[in-house]
Design a binder for this molecule. Sequence first.
Ligand SMILES: Cc1cc2nc3c(=O)[nH]c(=O)nc-3n(C[C@H](O)[C@H](O)[C@H](O)COP(=O)(O)O)c2cc1C
Length: 463
Amino acid sequence: MSSTSQMRLGAFFNPTGHHVASWRHPRAQADAGINFKHYLEITRTAERGKFDMVFLADNLGVRQAHIEALSRSAQYIANFEPITLLSALATHTTHVGLVATASTSYNEPFHVARKFASLDHLSGGRAGWNLVTSGQENEARNFSREKHYEHGERYDRAREFARVVIGLWDTWEDDAFVRDKDTGQFFHPEKLHNLNHRGEHFSVLGALNIPRCPQGRPVIVQAGGSEDMIGVAAEFAEVIFCAPLTLEAAQRFYADIKGRLAQYGRAPDEMKIMPGLSAVIGRTDAEAQENYQHLNSLIHPVVAREILSMVLGNVDLTPYPFDGPLPDTLPRSNASQSIFQQVTEMARRENLTIRQVATRVAGARAKAVIYGSPQTIADVMEEWFRKDGCDGFNIMPPFLPGGLDDFVDLVIPELQRRGLFRTEYEGKTLRENLGLKRPASRYARTAPTASQSPLPRAASAGG
Ligand SMILES: Cc1cc2nc3c(=O)[nH]c(=O)nc-3n(C[C@H](O)[C@H](O)[C@H](O)COP(=O)(O)O)c2cc1C
């Protein structure tokens, strides 16, 4: 639990929502991915609810699935590029943080540093970068590669990438630009520091061609939970979006990663851990259960079967009838053995047809889904928060805009009543609202020296 004893909240926007059938829901916007008015509405709703930030995930390509199932799904198929979208949203909002995903595998650090610095200026200090390494093979093939980088290699690259980006954000001191019309001095030459980075993966001269940004550095976010990722996160991440399924798993993750921060001279409070939470809300628990069943009833059987097939390790289920049982013998793959066992045992125990088991599995998609009244949902959130499972949550509305309206109108007031969530923003920048310090430039205390030239060579900041 954070020392401030109030939760941090992010609103994680999949365009139509997080439930696999969200786009078919009567209170969802089917063309959400390219509908600016929709994004404006949900971002304003998040700001009305005093969310710390809105968050856009991203994949670099159309995801791969059997075409019959893919053509009935809206997830990661057709949507805006996130930084472009957040830049437009920045001009219509005032307080909510704006976090976009950018991959360290298929970008250059200079691009990422420059774009997020621009977003930070445009938004008055509300930008955040969700650092991902990308996970899908098809993304590699959009970037002139046959195969994705191996796991360890992509995190090595990510580590160096992050160091370069942070170095670039520091290349101008805060007060470098005087723009003095009388003297003709545009900037102080001694306050410009080239990066001169030469590393294993990148070679970057710097400086960045934009002044140091309002937050000093945009907030660095990381999503995921593998061992490699945690190693990188302990060094750089200020917010973690993770997906533990139980309170015990959340507590283990929280203690583990916070315990590693000291190695990098960081205090536990310098990182906010925010598990994803998909909440299906009703005015009562019974109504919430009906709402959840309604959502699941919208899952097309072909989509459900595709998800079940993935969960079981890409087993081909197409030869078997929807209304018959799962076959007794299924080939075992490299996929999670425990999930395979849990699902096949559940199917046999309850005598479920392929259609029934697929719908169940697809409705949850290995995520923590809770359904209930606002009080029930607030109870779960309070327990996780008070028992050191998290510093807040990344709320994943099952459908949009309706699911976010419900959260803001019904659950936020309940959290506020319990003193667990703010009623007004504390600050103007994302850092201020998250309770994160504004980092000083590594050069801030460097006294100007007479020997520095107007085209400085400057110290290497990379590494
Ligand atoms: C909440 C959450 C959001 C994520 N968002 C993205 C994303 O937008 N783009 C992406 O490529 N990966 C995303 N990921 C995947 C992770 O970055 C990571 O690749 C995944 O958890 C697998 O971990 P590993 O690559 O370290 O094995 C997300 C993961 C989580 C838990």
